[in-house]
Design a protein. Structure first.
Length: 1219
């Protein structure tokens, strides 16, 4: 796996970042493309050859149409499907050795239908002092359209690197913008300690003895400065072995030290024999040179087999002590002792207390795992001189000891067979049966890779030199080979089911299949599934369109650019599974917690398995002495060769931690299943909210605190045990436990037994029929602990939930307003007391929150009144004066926020700017009492009303294309008040204004209420207005950015839909996050629908497409699936057409066709409504998330027939989506 060395580099740590950007002009604000150089290429029809593209095929340069920040970005617009773009930062950046860097580049993709294979990637090239390349890194980035995303890679420069160069790539028929490119130095933060686990156990004239968590690499000499006296106490589940570290720091040289144990006994006299306690001294390896400075020097890692070790003065000597609890042990507290023996003399006896939990972890782990273990002659074989049979046995023994369930290095052998006339017959299953039986029964393997069913190649292509593979002697790329493959899978599946092994079996079809071979890989998958559709097929790569529905198990690289939560969700809906790789099992001080975190991340991603590409990688270097040659910070070297070259492998502390993390996953699943047995679906949610205290934004953002990890593990264990105790009590909060919110009010709900008394923070709560719910108020800024108690028949149970109340953002708003008021010379001294009280309050009540909100409004009012007094006299710009007039009306009617909005927009343009004489111009209109804007260029004009942000008319070459209905809707003072609009809508008063509106279930009131219209861009050749509204219920915010360009018949409509609820809010309602959008478009070309002909690309037969009063047809087609990304109509009489070009996310139309009678009292109508709400699944936008999409209105002149309509439309599709 060639990408393995860079995977963990892509995972972000908790770091501090330097302020200096080492990339010059990273935001392109210098208005030049220096110091960059660019390449544009195209792939020829053979799919392989690249040649230089022309600038007409791929124009590029500095752009001002879509900056992420500032005013500029850099844009490539590939108009060819095989296009490729490259941007290079020309100067080589000097590199500091042993310094960590973060490289970031933001990109925005826009593409039309069938853009080809989209890819965003980069390259970091390292050079030595002679300017020779010594290493590459290749970061990947997720492919998502219409939003700014970061590509990130963290790295230490390799040893000997003097400089680095940076390259960004994007390929396909796509427009890409790059912005905010940066390279900064970062400083890693050390492992924090929220909880103290290390403590002094004993001290005498010989030594100091102290304990530490297993998940800590013990330094060679240092001793924790904050260490206090403590006890040796651990807990362990049944059928589990739990380690701890005992560290001895000697005050003199001692030649021989060992440990002895006594039996552990409980108060009833039951015991755990001392044979269940064992230890291994932890050795040190000396790393003299490395990219990462944290590993240079002595590193604790190998777990030595010796039972006696010498101690050196002032040097730490850790012992890895393991306590095993048999399955049949009685739960409870067991006491015993651990003795430190110097020579043959006891120098210290330390009491040992073991809490045996009441639950067991399963014999077979819940988490599937595949660790590649094989001794190759040119790698570990250089230092291990045993026979292949001996090393194989040793490898599988080690995998069993560490609870690893699969080894992809060894394939299940093919049974004996014969082929007659193309028919495969299995004559003897014993080779397969013997292999699997031994590995299952002796080594507890639970996942198998099969010969002839995969591993045909890697990201370099086919294995071997023949560029293909053979199945039963036949080329797999031939019909004969595929047929034999299908036959084998069918026979094999039947046999495996009979043996009870089917669920353990997999086709690891390809390791990181490269793009050019995805078609072949898909065909192989089809052949396997032709034999048995349920036979598992696994591949290691990010989810890719070519293999959707063909792969059963996606093993995703756990790195930026590869984990796409939206795609993971879609995979689950296709009943596909998720694994993740590569586990970063490293020696790095700052990343050491990652050795333990991978299964935690897997659980948060709902992954069922994990994979590591190698456990015996050496790269020709001896792990004992040449770790700089081994590479990857030992990330793929988990075992050491025996020093003699003939003995068993030496374990590592890192590998031992892997076993502990697999136990952790068992704890998670045990609690999940316990809760689900009472309330299905609650288990996983509860476990994840506990884990979120550590991994607060999976998969990459976590608290680097091993003590917190152990605290959470203990919390989960306690909760598992609590589930079995009476009375029953399940509780959850919204927002969830361990989250934060800016709102005082939260909801607690739960389940209990009938008759149970429930109190929350001491207040009684009704629990009818065993269900309770209560809203409570968080009163303190910071952490709020909620106490929930249940009492029944003398038994009590108490649980706690923790929610952090963040500071009210209105306080910062108030501070800004107070400062602004002072700048305007407005006296707001009366408001300062409220600000001072709120900003310093520790107890922040709902009443204080409301008081702040009132003062904010009052302060806004004073500022607005002061601003109104600064209106320029004799202003020439009518837009300016009208906005001031609107602000005055708003103040007079109590709409302060609306008044402030108008004044802000007026400030953007100034009193004397003139827009009515440019190629693109904007002017104010009053349409039947509706305030609005008219946007116009040489080809089209667009009338936009403030009410509903309705596009009331769209004219092309003077021909109106939209139907205008009855403008007599709500009075202006009602339109300015969403609550009043909602009331009238609920009373069924819904006037039909016509034109275009954003419609849907929740948007009804928003179709009549006034939206905020922002003046985004006013230039002679370009005008952009943004319409924005918070939807009723204050759950969603909709923004529609409308852009008109000089001499262009298109109006771009760029949508952003944001869930503005605080991140972390949850709901059981499956529709809680649905946004049911549709674009209600009332078309009437030439002022009337008469004679209009609809053009809708669909395979569905519609009742009628030509609107005619002579043929009074009525029909309603609620879900019309589109085969192409447009829909519209044209009038042969007017030689004019109107088309909507749609984002690829929108695949359906709603069509209302009513030629039968009068609907508005002024003629028959039809509507074409692109939608994501009728007959199809709405958009899902969770709290804190955004979804974007872009449509276009296009006016078509000179259209006489359907062919002309389609031809013109497709030319504009190409222009719109960079095709």
């Amino acid at each position: 796996m060639l990408r393995k060395h860079c995977m963990a580099l892509l995972c972000l740590l908790t770091v501090s970042v330097s302020a200096e950007n080492l990339i010059e002009n990273g935001s392109f604000e210098d208005k030049t493309d220096k110091p960059y150089n660019f390449k544009i290429r195209k792939r020829l029809d053979d799919g392989k050859t690249l040649e230089k593209a022309s600038k007409e095929e791929i124009p590029y340069g500095i752009a001002d149409d879509n900056p992420r920040t500032g005013q500029k970005s850099f844009r490539f617009q590939s108009n060819i499907q095989g296009g490729g773009t490259e941007i290079n930062y020309s100067p080589k950046v000097p590199m500091k050795s042993r310094t960590k860097y973060l490289f970031t580049a933001y990109y925005f993709l826009k593409a039309g239908e069938n853009p080809g294979k989209l890819r965003v990637a980069g390259r970091v090239t390292f050079f030595d002092k002679d300017k020779k390349v010594i290493k590459y890194l290749f970061p990947e980035a997720p492919v998502k359209l219409n939003e700014w995303l970061p590509m990130k890679v963290e790295f230490f420069p390799p040893v000997g690197a003097e400089s680095a160069a940076f390259t960004l790539w994007c390929g396909a028929k796509v427009t890409v913008w790059w912005d905010d490119i940066s390279l900064v130095e970062i400083k890693e933060e050390k492992d924090a300690s929220a909880y103290s686990y290390h403590s002094k156990l004993a001290e005498n004239s010989d030594m100091l003895a102290w304990k530490e968590m297993p998940n800590v690499k013990i330094p060679y000499k240092d001793i924790p400065s904050d260490m206090k006296n403590g006890k040796l106490e651990i807990s362990c589940a049944l059928n589990e072995s739990e380690p701890f570290q005992l560290i001895l720091n000697s005050k003199r040289d001692i030649s021989e030290v060992s440990l002895e144990f006594a039996d552990l006994k409980n108060s009833s006299g039951k015991s755990i024999g001392k044979e269940n306690l064992s230890y291994k001294p932890v050795g040190y390896i000396n790393i003299k040179e490395a990219e990462n400075p944290s590993v240079i020097g002595m590193n604790a890692d190998p777990l030595m087999p010796e039972k006696t070790v010498p101690l050196k003065t002032g040097v730490n000597s850790p012992f890895w002590v393991m306590v095993n609890v048999p399955q049949n042990t009685a739960p409870g507290i067991y006491e015993g002792s651990l003795k430190i023996i110097c020579g043959k003399t006891e120098t210290a006896s330390i009491p040992l207390s073991l809490k045996v939990r009441s639950f067991a972890i399963p014999e077979m782990p819940f988490l599937q795992s595949a660790f590649y273990g094989k001794c190759f002659p040119n790698r570990m074989g250089l230092f291990d001189h045993r026979t292949p049979d001996e090393t194989e046995k040793d490898i599988f023994e080690n995998l069993k000891e560490h609870r690893i369930t699969g080894n992809q290095a060894y394939s299940v052998p093919i049974p004996k067979y014969q082929i007659k006339d193309g028919i495969l017959e299995i004559t003897d299953w014993s080779p397969l049966d013997n292999f699997m039986s031994e590995k299952i029964n002796k080594y507890h393997m639970n996942w198998f890779k099969f010969s002839s069913l995969g591993f045909y190649g890697d990201n370099g292509g086919w294995y071997g030199t023949k560029k293909t593979a053979f199945v039963f002697g036949k080329d797999i790329q031939t019909p004969e080979g595929r047929s034999l493959l299908s036959q084998y899978v069918k026979l094999l599946s039947a046999h495996l089911r009979e043996k009870g092994w089917f669920e353990k079996s997999s086709s690891y079809v390809w390791d990181e299949p490269p793009d050019p071979l995805l078609k072949v890989v898909g065909e192989i998958c089809d052949a396997i599934h032709a034999g048995d559709r349920n036979f598992d097929i696994l591949t290691t790569r990010k989810i890719t369109p070519e293999l959707k529905g063909k792969i059963n198990t996606w093993c995703l690289p756990c790195a930026h650019g590869y984990i796409d939560m939206e795609e993971i969700g879609k995979a689950f809906k296709r009943n596909e599974k998720i694994w993740i790789y590569n586990w970063p099992i490293r020696l790095d001080d700052y990343e050491y917690i990652k050795n333990r975190l991978f299964p935690w991340i897997a659980y948060m991603l709902d992954a069922e398995g994990v994979l590591l590409w190698q456990i015996l990688h050496t790269n020709g270097g001896n792990p004992w002495t040449e770790m700089n040659k081994v590479g990857f910070n030992m990330g793929a070297t988990l075992l050491y060769p025996h020093p003699s070259g003939k003995g068993p492998y030496i374990d590592s502390q890192r590998f031992a931690i892997v076993k502990e993390s697999i136990d952790d996953y068992d704890y998670f699943k045990t609690l999940e299943k316990k809760i689900d047995s009472v309330k299905p679906g609650w288990g996983k949610t509860r476990v994840k909210e506990i884990i979120s205290a550590l991994i607060y934004k999976p998969p990459f953002d976590y608290n680097n605190d091993s003590s917190l990890l152990y605290h959470i593990r203990d919390e989960i264990a306690e909760e598992i045990e609590t589930m079995d105790k009476a009375p029953l009590l399940l509780a959850r909060t919204n927002p969830p436990d361990n989250s934060s919110t800016i709102l005082n009010e939260i909801t607690i709900e739960g389940i209990c037994e009938k008759g149970v008394k429930i109190t929350i923070n001491g207040e009684p709560v009704k629990a009818e029929e065993g269900i309770f719910s209560k809203k409570i108020f968080l009163g303190s800024i910071g952490k709020n602990t909620i106490k929930i108690e249940a009492e029944h028949n003398g038994a009590k149970k108490t649980v706690f939930r923790n929610i952090t109340l963040d500071k009210d953002p209105q306080i910062a708003v108030l501070k800004n307003l107070l400062d602004k008021a002072v700048a305007f010379g407005t006296d707001v001294s009366a408001f300062n007391a409220v600000y001072n009280k709120a900003s310093s309050a520790k107890d922040y009540s709902e009443a204080l929150r409301k008081e702040v909100a009132v003062i904010v409004t009052e302060c806004q009012k004073k500022i607005i009144q002061a601003q109104l007094g600064k209106e320029a006299k004799n202003a020439k710009n009518k837009l300016y004066t009208t906005l001031f007039s609107r602000a005055k009306w708003s103040i007079d009617n109590g709409f302060f926020e609306k008044a402030e909005h108008y004044l802000k927009e007026a400030a953007k343009i100034g009193p004397d700017t003139e827009f009515s004489k440019e190629s693109c111009f904007l002017k104010i209109v009053n349409y039947e009492g509706h305030f609005g804007f008219l946007m116009k260029n040489s080809l089209i004009e667009v009338l936009i009303l403030e009410s509903g942000a309705r596009i009331l008319d769209f004219k092309t070459a003077g021909v109106s294309c939209l139907h205008q209905g009855n403008p007599k809707d709500y009075p202006e003072e009602v339109r300015a008040d969403m609550k009043k609009c909602i009331e009238l809508v609920q009373l069924k008063f819904r006037p039909q204004l016509g034109g275009y509106e954003d419609a849907g279930m929740e948007q009804a009131a928003a179709a009549y209420a006034d939206w905020k219209i922002f003046l985004v861009e006013l230039k002679p050749d370009r005008i952009s207005l943004a319409a924005e509204i918070n939807m009723p219920g204050d759950k969603f915010r909709l923004t529609r950015l409308m852009t008109l360009v000089k001499d262009d018949p298109r109006l771009e409509l760029k949508y952003t839909i944001e869930n503005i609820q605080p991140v972390g809010f949850k709901s059981d309602d499956p529709c809680a996050y649905d946004f049911p959008w549709r674009g209600h478009t009332d078309i009437a070309i030439g002022g009337s629908p008469e004679g209009n002909i609809l053009v809708i690309p669909t395979d569905e037969k519609l009742k009628c497409l030509e609107f005619s009063s002579a043929n009074p047809v009525f029909y309603e087609a609620k879900t019309v699936p589109l085969t192409e990304v447009y829909a519209g109509s044209f009038s042969p009489e007017k030689n004019t057409g109107f088309v909507q070009i749609l984002d690829e996310k929108i695949k359906n139309l709603y069509v209302w066709f009513h030629a039968a009678d009068s609907t508005y009292g002024s003629g028959r109508v039809y509507t074409i409504e692109p939608n994501m709400c009728i007959g199809v699944k709405p958009m899902i936008v969770e709290p804190g998330q955004k979804i974007s999409f872009t449509n276009y209105f296009v006016g078509l002149s000179g259209v006489k027939d359907k062919n002309g309509f389609v031809e013109k439309t497709k030319s504009y599709i190409n222009k719109s989506f960079g095709k």
